[in-house]
Design a protein around this ligand. Sequence first.
Ligand code: MN
Length: 149
Amino acid sequence: MTLKQYQKKRDFKKSPEPKGRVLKKKKSPNFVVQKHWARNLHYDFRLELDGVLKSWAVPKGPPQKVGDKRLAIQVEDHPLEYASFHGTIPEGQYGAGRVAIWDKGQVKFKRITKDLIEFDLFGKKLKGKFALLHPAKFEKKNWLFIKGT
Ligand code: MN
């Protein structure tokens, strides 16, 4: 796991975002959803896995009703510290705009393969079974974020 891509995109002298480092896996992993008023409003869904936050940008927000399917575009891994980040990324910087924490909590992984991640979320807004699925016919970065039963 590496944060090179994350760090290369950002100027930490200008952005309040954490520079971060890869940390050891914790026993109870967390997730976070950040609402991000960037050029296009979206929600960033992040799962703690292998010492980093695996991250997806979800244009329409996470699925909240059983059967909902949302496009989730995988983006670069973020440092674990990013889970508590909120604030404003300055104009001219990567991802410029306000970031607010929309939901957070623990995640319990049930299955992890290269194109399917099944998990339970224990947030305030997101609770219960979810999955991230990468259909073979989709472009590499495009996943589906699904609310399970
Ligand atoms: Mn974002």
